[in-house]
Design a protein around this ligand. Structure first.
Ligand code: UDP
Length: 539
């Protein structure tokens, strides 16, 4: 039956002929395995060997053709996590002639995106590593449309939030284990393999302690466009609540890392901010319901944990308040802070940390993966219990980290309200925030300089330019120009910020000297334009 599903739209004999004669064709983007996505015609997968197969024929193409470097360490990363050695993709090669001796291929007619989900049990990983990268990889290739087929090769089951993956295309995503239901040899008519890493902002600490990625390439705009897509698919319309109907959401965990005085916290927050305060949890509410509530909230308060990824649905101007258990330094665990701080997310971020050991309940007797430490030798247990802060560490099984992060916490209300007051000077409110412009200035045009020598040790240099071409179509509050002047041969320069389109420099300008002059435009203090071509000015 599943075979029929796939066969129905393929002219089987034409496809088989094409595979036999053309073989597999691959063309990729990316110089390195870490930034590579490949497009294939007739990439096959042998479900018995659990290997992808590239069939060579006279018409095959393999670009890049890396030879054995294809295995050093791999052709590409199959998940969005950079260079993780459990997430590599490669294929095995065969001559197309071998098809005669192999099981009859079953063709997959859909344009397919083949990838690994990284950790589909964890909501943060689901959004950050899978959904956002899949969404934007699909945007990159126009034939990965709503009819595209997703194939997840990491080998896990559906996981608790499979419905989220279903939102990305109209076709049911396939899991690795399901592929064998279709046959022994599956051939994807057209497929893309790999994921864009353009949207990820966090590295989990496999080679260096976890933290924000070094070169973040995504802004709040792309995150919010994705959030809108998800909300639309879930039939959620953002609640435009009236001014006096603002509310605070406390996202609680019911299984571990508990807030022990949740009721007291709710009351205190409501009183302090004069707003309603409500609790949600993944145990009591559907994710769609939670997203609906969060999309209208003014403040989201939660213990550090995967549930905080839902802050990507907060409205602009809202605040995220992240609570950390005793001995956990908020500076060292910043996936949600980094998200909130992306330019254009327009969220306020507050971290609070329990500094009172008596307000913490630890669970040394639990299994190690829930933070138990009784399996460690006595000395090590002693050290951990005495430690006031988890030292920086690598992922993923550091027992001291797990011990501390799985503590329950009685939140000291006064100290929490104090940090919230400090950071959220005015009442956080989605109403007041408009997205700020991100239009950058063009180059200034027709830069010129005129020089004159006044005396043996006195010279002047007048630099002038025209406004950037795009400025005449924009309403910009604050337009300024930056001029850099460097004496030829020197390695320092003098920068000036100027309000008008010309200026005469006389200080520090020497006669009979050559100056290099750069000019650029700046909108609203921080939107920098490009420099115009350098001017050579001889006095
Ligand atoms: N989770 C939850 N309630 C709990 C504990 C965990 O809903 O009381 C969810 C959590 O949001 C995440 C998954 O279970 O999606 C795994 O949680 P874990 O503590 O392993 O990861 P963390 O939240 O620290 O990233």
């Amino acid at each position: 039956q599943s075979q029929e599903l796939l066969q129905v739209r393929v002219d089987y004999h034409a496809a088989l002929l094409a595979l036999q004669e053309q073989g597999t064709r691959m063309v990729c983007t990316g110089k390195m395995h870490t930034d590579r996505i490949c497009r294939f015609d007739y990439l096959c997968y042998c479900t018995e060997a659990e290997e992808f197969i590239f069939f060579h024929s006279n018409a095959s193409v393999m670009l890049p053709n890396l030879g054995p470097r294809r295995f050093q360490p791999a052709l590409l990363d199959l998940s969005s996590v950079e260079d993780h050695n459990t997430q590599y993709f490669n294929f095995m090669e065969l001559p197309a002639a071998a098809l005669k001796f192999m099981p009859k291929p079953v063709f997959v007619p859909d344009v397919t995106l083949i990838l690994n989900r990284f950790n589909p049990d964890n909501l943060m990983h689901i959004f950050h590593d899978d959904l956002l990268p899949i969404f934007y990889t699909m945007s990159q290739y126009s034939d990965l449309d709503n009819e595209a087929r997703l194939v997840f090769m990491e080998g896990w089951g559906e996981g608790p939030h499979f419905d989220l993956y279903r939102l990305l295309s109209s076709k049911q995503p396939l899991l690795k284990e399901q592929l064998r239901n279709f046959g022994k040899l599956l051939c994807f008519t057209k497929s893309y393999v790999g994921l864009s890493k353009m949207t990820t902002w966090y590295q989990y600490g496999f080679v260096q302690p976890q933290g924000a990625k070094a070169n973040i390439l995504v802004s709040g705009n792309e995150i919010r466009q994705f959030a809108s897509f998800i909300m639309e698919k879930l039939n959620i319309t953002r609640e435009e609540s009236p001014e006096n109907d603002e509310y605070i959401v406390v996202f609680s965990r019911s299984i571990n890392r508990l807030i022990l005085n949740e009721a007291e916290l709710i009351l205190a927050l409501a009183q302090e901010f004069q707003m309603k305060a409500i609790t949600v949890s993944l145990e009591e509410h559907s994710l769609a319901e939670i997203i609906r509530v969060i999309s209208g909230a003014s403040v989201l308060v939660s213990m550090h944990g995967a549930q905080l990824i839902t802050s990507l649905f907060l409205p602009r101007g809202a605040a995220m308040v992240e609570l950390f258990p005793y001995a956990v330094n908020p500076e060292h665990y910043t996936p949600y802070r980094t998200l909130a701080s992306l330019p254009g997310m327009d969220l306020h971020y507050v971290a609070w940390r329990n500094t009172i050991e008596e307000n913490s309940v630890a669970f040394p007797d639990r299994p190690w993966e829930q933070g138990g430490i009784v399996h460690l030798d006595a000395e090590e247990q002693e050290r951990i219990l005495k430690s006031k802060e988890v030292p920086r560490h690598l992922c993923c099984r550091n027992p001291e980290w797990l011990f501390r992060i799985y503590q329950d916490t009685k939140v000291d209300i006064q100290s929490l309200l104090e940090v919230m007051r400090q950071t959220l000077k005015s009442k956080p409110s989605p109403k007041k925030v408009r997205p700020t412009s991100t239009v950058h200035p063009g180059r200034v045009r027709e830069p010129k300089c005129q020089t004159s020598v006044q005396a043996a040790n006195e010279a002047r240099m007048t630099v002038s330019w025209q406004i950037p071409w795009n400025l005449k179509y924009l309403k910009v509050r604050d337009v300024k120009y930056e001029v850099w002047i460097q004496e030829q041969g020197e390695n320092t320069y003098m920068p000036y910020i100027l309000p008008h389109q010309n200026y005469t420099f006389s200080e520090n300008i020497k006669p009979f000297t050559t100056y290099l002059v750069w000019v650029r435009c700046i909108f609203n203090k921080n939107l920098l334009g490009p420099f115009a071509d350098v001017l050579m000015c001889k006095t």
